[in-house]
Design a protein around this ligand. Structure first.
Ligand code: F6R
Length: 626
C-alpha cells in the first residue's frame, strides 16, 4: 500500500526522500512523487511507475531544499497516472499533501467543495482531503462546526488540519507542507501507520521505520486521531483532532539496518526463506524453559485461565496469515482439545458473527496493519470477546488494540510474498497449542516433552532442507512454463498446500489451486492431464496410505507429480516424477518444514519467468484498505 516519507532538518531532503521511498518499495505501489520547499515555494515532481521512473523524470531539475515529502501510491481511486500521484496541491498551491489510506466520504465532501468553487484535477480521495484542509484554512468553520475554532490561538494550518480531519470518515496517514514555511510540516494519522523519527534538530516521518532506521533510533508512533507539528527548531507538539494536548511518547527503535537489507542475496524473498532457521529460533527464544520444558508466553499469561475455560477460539486473518491460522486450528484442536474456528477477517466483519464474552478471538497478521483484520477485531471487541494478536511488526495497530498477544519476532519481512513470517506464525501457534495442552493435561507429559524436543530441532531440519535449493531449482526449470498447478495435502498439510499454491500464484502469476487431496475426486480431477503439474505433500504419518491412493488417481490421468516425501521413502518415489525429501518429523510440526521446498519452488519458477519476485504486480505488503 501507499508509502509515506518526509524530512525536515539541516540536510538536503531529496536524497533522504528517494532513499526512503526505495526502502518502502516493498509495500507495493504504482506511482511515486516528491514535494520540496525550495526558495520558499513548493516544487512537486511525480510520475506513474517506479521510483526509478520518477528519478529519470526529474533528471537535472532543481531538487534543493531541506524540507520535503515523498510518496509511493498504490492506486485505489483512479488509475496509476501522473495526475493521480501524490503530492496533491491545494487550489492556489499554498499547501501540498501526501496521504495513505481511504477517505470513505470523499464523494460527499467533494460535492460540497465543488459547490463552493473548488476544482479538482485528479480522481483521488486524497486531493479532496487537501482541498478540505485548504477550505477550512481559508474560511474557518463555515464547513465544519468546531466550537474550539475561534478561541484557539495556535498556528492556523495546524488548526485547519485538526478541524478538517473531524469531518473525515475513513483512514489516513498524512503529511502537509506549507509554502513559505521551510522549517515545519504537519503529520496526522487514523487507521494507517505513521512513525516520527527524532534526530538532531531534524524530523523524519514514514509509514514504517525502514526509511528512518539509518538516521535515528528515537521514534514516536503517532496514535489514531493525533496531529503532530514538526518544526526543526522546536520539540514535537502533538494534539488530538479534538484539540487535546498529548505528551509525545518517545521509544527506542529495536531494528537494525542489516535486517532491512539484502545481505548478499539476490532478493529479499530468498534471504527471508534462508533466514527461517534463525527466525524460528528467534520466535522460540526465551519461551521454552530449558530445564522444565514449560512454555512461557508473557503476552497472554494473564489470560491463560480464560483461554482454558473458553468455549472456542476464533482465529481471524487474511492471506498467508489465514493459512497459518488453519494450521493453528489443526494443532490446537489436536493437542489442546479447544474448539477452533478460522475465519477470513474480510468475511467475519460483515457476517454478524455470533460471539460472547466466553470466546477468544485471535488476530494473526504479519504487518499488524491489515484493515480487514483490524475491523474484524473491532467487531469482536464490541461483542465482548477477549481479543489477542499474533503479529510480527512491533507497535503495529493490531498490537495496540488487542488485550494481549504474542509477537512472532521474525524480523522485518520485506519480500511481498510472506515466508518467514508464516513459519514464525505457525511456531507461535504450536507454542500456544503446547502451552494449553500442558495446562489442560490433554497430552501425556512424555509425549509433550518429545514434541518440545522436536520443535527445538526444527531450525536444524530446515537448515538441512535448504541445502536442496539447487535440486529444487532443477524441478522449477522443468515446470516454469506451466499454466496451472494443483497442490494437494491432507490434515495438517492441507493448509500447506493452500500456502504453496498462493506463493506460486502471487509471484509467478501461474494459476495454482490448493486442495485437500481427497477432495480432488469431487471436481478438480477434471483438470488433470499431461500438462498439469501436481505438487503432493506425501510425508509419512499424515494419512500416508490415503495420499498414495490420491497419487495413483493423478498418475492414472497422466498428471506430472512433484512429491514432498519423508527421507527414505520408497513407495511414493516409485510413482512420482520428482521427489523432494524432507527430514523425519512429528506429524504436528511437519507444516513448518514442508512449506520450505514450496517457497523455494515458487521463487525459482518466478525468477525463471522474469517476474519481479520481491514486488509482484498489483500486490501490497501491508493491505491497509478494505
Ligand atoms: C501472501 C501475503 C498476503 C498476506 C495478507 C495478510 O504472501 O503476504 O496474503 O498474508 O495480506 O497480511 P498480514 O499478515 O500483514 O495481515
Amino acid at each position: 500500500m501507499c508509502g509515506i516519507v518526509a524530512y525536515v532538518g539541516g540536510r538536503r531532503a531529496f536524497p533522504i526522500l528517494i532513499k526512503g521511498l526505495q526502502r518502502l518499495e516493498y509495500r507495493g505501489y504504482d506511482s511515486a512523487g516528491v514535494g520540496l520547499i525550495n526558495d520558499k515555494k513548493i516544487i512537486t515532481y511525480k510520475q506513474a511507475g517506479k521510483v526509478s521512473d520518477l528519478l529519470e523524470f526529474i533528471g537535472d531539475s532543481d531538487t534543493s531544499g531541506s524540507i520535503g515529502i515523498g510518496h509511493t501510491r498504490w492506486a485505489t481511486h483512479g488509475p496509476p497516472s501522473q495526475i493521480n500521484s501524490h503530492p496533491h496541491s491545494s487550489s492556489n498551491s499554498q499547501f501540498s499533501l501526501i496521504h495513505n489510506g481511504i477517505i470513505e466520504n470523499y464523494s460527499s465532501l467533494k460535492k460540497v467543495l465543488e459547490e463552493k468553487g473548488h476544482v479538482f484535477k485528479s480522481d483521488t480521495d486524497s486531493e479532496v482531503l487537501m482541498h478540505l484542509i485548504e477550505d477550512v484554512y481559508n474560511n474557518g468553520n463555515d464547513l465544519v462546526d468546531d466550537p474550539k475554532w475561534d478561541d484557539d490561538d495556535d498556528n492556523t494550518l495546524f488548526k485547519a488540519i485538526r478541524v478538517a480531519l473531524n469531518e473525515v470518515v475513513g483512514a489516513y496517514a498524512i503529511v502537509v507542507l506549507e509554502e513559505g514555511n521551510p522549517n515545519e510540516f504537519y503529520a496526522a494519522r487514523k487507521g494507517s501507520p505513521l512513525v516520527i523519527g527524532i534526530g538532531n534538530s531534524e524530523y523524519f516521518v514514514a509509514s514504517d521505520a525502514s526509511p528512518i532506521i539509518e538516521y535515528t533510533d528515537k521514534v514516536i508512533y503517532l496514535e489514531d486521531g493525533e496531529v503532530a507539528k514538526l518544526n526543526k527548531n522546536q520539540d514535537v507538539v502533538i494534539k488530538t483532532i479534538l484539540n487535546e494536548d498529548k505528551s509525545p511518547y518517545i521509544q527506542k527503535l529495536e531494528q537494525s539496518l542489516e535486517s532491512i537489507e539484502k545481505g548478499g542475496f539476490d532478493h529479499f524473498m530468498l534471504k527471508e526463506i534462508f533466514e527461517q532457521p534463525k527466525s524460528i529460533t528467534d520466535t522460540m527464544r526465551g519461551r521454552i524453559n530449558p530445564k522444565t520444558n514449560d512454555i512461557i508466553l508473557g503476552g497472554i499469561k494473564e489470560f491463560e485461565s480464560q483461554i482454558v475455560a473458553a468455549e472456542r477460539i476464533i482465529i481471524i486473518a487474511c492471506g498467508t496469515s489465514w493459512h497459518a491460522g488453519l494450521i493453528g486450528e489443526y494443532i490446537i484442536e489436536d493437542l489442546a482439545r479447544i474448539n477452533v474456528e478460522v475465519e477470513y477477517a474480510s468475511e467475519f466483519r460483515y457476517k454478524n458473527p455470533i460471539l460472547t464474552n466466553k470466546d477468544i478471538v485471535i488476530a494473526i497478521s504479519q504487518s499488524g496493519e491489515t484493515a480487514d483484520t483490524l475491523s474484524a477485531l473491532e467487531i469482536a471487541q464490541e461483542k465482548g470477546a477477549l481479543t489477542l494478536g499474533i503479529c510480527n511488526v512491533v507497535g503495529s495497530s493490531i498490537t495496540r488494540v488487542t488485550s494481549g498477544g504474542v509477537y512472532t519476532h521474525a524480523g522485518p519481512e520485506i519480500g511481498v510474498a510472506s515466508t518467514k513470517a508464516f513459519t514464525a506464525q505457525v511456531t507461535v501457534l504450536s507454542l500456544i497449542a503446547l502451552r494449553f495442552c500442558q495446562l489442560k493435561k490433554t497430552v501425556p507429559r512424555g509425549n509433550y516433552n518429545f514434541l518440545i524436543k522436536e520443535l527445538i530441532e526444527i531450525p536444524k531440519k530446515i537448515e538441512k532442507l535448504l541445502s536442496l535449493n539447487k535440486d529444487i531449482m532443477k524441478i522449477a526449470m522443468v515446470f516454469k512454463d506451466a499454466s496451472n498447478f494443483l497442490y494437494l495435502g491432507r490434515g495438517f498439510n492441507f493448509p500447506v498446500a493452500l500456502e504453496g499454491a498462493l506463493k506460486l500464484k502471487e509471484i509467478s502469476y501461474i494459476h495454482a489451486e490448493g486442495y485437500p487431496a481427497a477432495e480432488m475426486k469431487h471436481g478438480p480431477i477434471a483438470l488433470i492431464d499431461e500438462e498439469m503439474p501436481i505438487v503432493v505433500i506425501a510425508t509419512r504419518k499424515e494419512n500416508y496410505e490415503k495420499i498414495i491412493s490420491n497419487i495413483q488417481e493423478v498418475k492414472a490421468r497422466g498428471g506430472k507429480l512433484i512429491a514432498i516425501v519423508t527421507e527414505g521413502d520408497i513407495e511414493v518415489k516409485s510413482i512420482a516424477d520428482y521427489c523432494i525429501e524432507i527430514p523425519k518429523c512429528f506429524r504436528e510440526l511437519t507444516p513448518l518444514i514442508n512449506i520450505i521446498p514450496l517457497q523455494l519452488l515458487s521463487y525459482h519458477i518466478a525468477l525463471m519467468r522474469n517476474c519481479d519476485v520481491d514486488q509482484p504486480r498489483n500486490l501490497a505488503k501491508s493491505v491497509t484498505v478494505e
